[in-house]
Design a protein around this ligand. Structure first.
Ligand code: B12
Ligand code: SF4
Ligand code: SF4
Length: 285
């Protein structure tokens, strides 16, 4: 997207003599959502992301900063599509707030990043807070639950762009296979992908937690124990946590009631999300 904005900037240079520009996509301290809302691209939904009637929220926001004065739009003419999208069309819906596995949407339009799975699986290099680990389920890189449940995303069209297609059969792969990857393989498999930026430590940390959350399986315990030998202190701590979770769920030790209460609440949310995706977004199922 940034490359395309660059091309657009270059194209404008052909028409303007004194013109400087700089493209941005999620790359600078610019409040992109309020800017996009003011530009008439849609409205900020209760999950805090920008929504558009045709595209839902499945898009990134990019902007081209320029140094020529543009005419200011003071009023949208009647019958203009933009006038329509200025309205906040969330209505009484609160589906995103209810489905969030960690209750990170603390009030409509406000996300507490410290509780958001996207933050602690992608941005944070620190240990994942203990109380949030069981709620993370098998999400190992970001989270889209608040978007998957959103009724407006039923109208969004699938992107045909190559960059948005699944690579390396990642949509079919198991957690155990991902966990067995060496660092060199991780780096080469994610060449050019934003996943590479989180680094191998965070990658293994996230998968360890997801394996801890998986149903009991002796193969999982074996894989976790195997990786302990080469794990960093951060990853090792998560592996120990995961082994403990697996042991608690083992058929011979199924007595941890706090653990199973948490799991039941999360399983109910997951089941609701899966039903909604199967009904409204089967292409994403
Ligand atoms: C920090 C950040 C995060 C953090 C915090 C998210 C948050 N909701 O604040 C974390 C890591 C959790 C995160 C997660 C995700 N993010 Co993010 N994130 C950003 C980033 C870099 C900054 C957002 C920000 O400013 N937060 C700071 C606080 C202050 O924001 P805020 O409180 O919501 O701001 C509001 C008020 O200030 C108020 N306001 C209204 N009018 C005005 C006017 C003025 C002048 C001011 C000052 C304020 C203001 O409205 C603002 C917007 O709601 C933006 C890119 C960018 N540069 O904007 C991407 C961005 C918002 N993220 C994006 C995406 C895709 C995601 C994820 C879906 C990724 C994923 N799959 O895991 C999740 C979704 C989680 C969620 N429900 O928000 C996209 C959203 C695209 C869209 N359609 O809206 C963006 C725009 C990046 C991009 N260029 O595409 N993200
Ligand atoms: S991305 Fe996931 S954890 Fe973050 S607010 Fe949305 S549903 Fe909640
Ligand atoms: S799920 Fe409902 S409340 Fe949340 S952003 Fe979508 S329409 Fe708005």
């Amino acid at each position: 997207m940034r490359k395309r904005l660059q091309q657009l900037g270059k194209l404008i240079t052909e028409y303007c003599e004194h013109f400087n520009f700089r493209p941005f996509v999620d790359s600078a301290p610019i409040l992109e959502r309020p800017l996009a809302e003011k530009a008439g691209l849609g409205w900020v939904g209760k999950h805090s992301l920008l929504l558009n009637k045709e595209a839902g929220s499945w898009f990134f926001i990019g902007e081209l900063l320029i140094d020529i004065p543009l005419p200011v739009t003071v009023e949208q003419p009647d019958n203009n599509d933009l006038t329509e999208t200025k309205v906040n069309d969330c209505g009484h819906c609160v589906a995103c707030i209810k489905i969030c596995p960690t209750q990170a949407i603390v009030e409509p339009y406000v996300v507490d990043a410290r509780r958001c799975i996207s933050y602690f699986t992608i941005e944070s290099p620190d240990p994942i807070p203990l109380e949030l680990r069981p709620l993370m389920g098998n999400r190992i890189y970001g989270c889209d639950d608040c978007q998957l449940i959103c009724p407006w995303n039923k109208y969004a069209k699938l992107s045909l762009e190559n960059d948005f297609q699944a690579r390396h059969q990642l949509d079919e792969i198991t957690l155990l296979t991902l966990f067995s990857w060496e660092e060199s393989y991780f780096l080469s498999a994610f060449e050019g992908s934003p996943i590479r930026r989180i680094g191998f430590q965070s990658w293994q940390r996230n998968i360890a937690v997801a394996l801890g959350n998986a149903p009991w399986d002796i193969q999982i315990i074996e894989a976790l124990e195997k990786q302990l030998a080469n794990a960093s202190t951060l990853v090792a701590e998560h592996i120990h946590w995961a082994i403990k979770q697996q042991q608690l769920k083992s058929p011979s030790n199924n007595t941890n009631s706090i653990n199973s209460t948490n799991n039941n609440a999360n399983n109910r949310l997951n089941a609701r999300l899966i039903r909604s995706v199967e009904k409204g977004l089967p292409r994403d199922a």
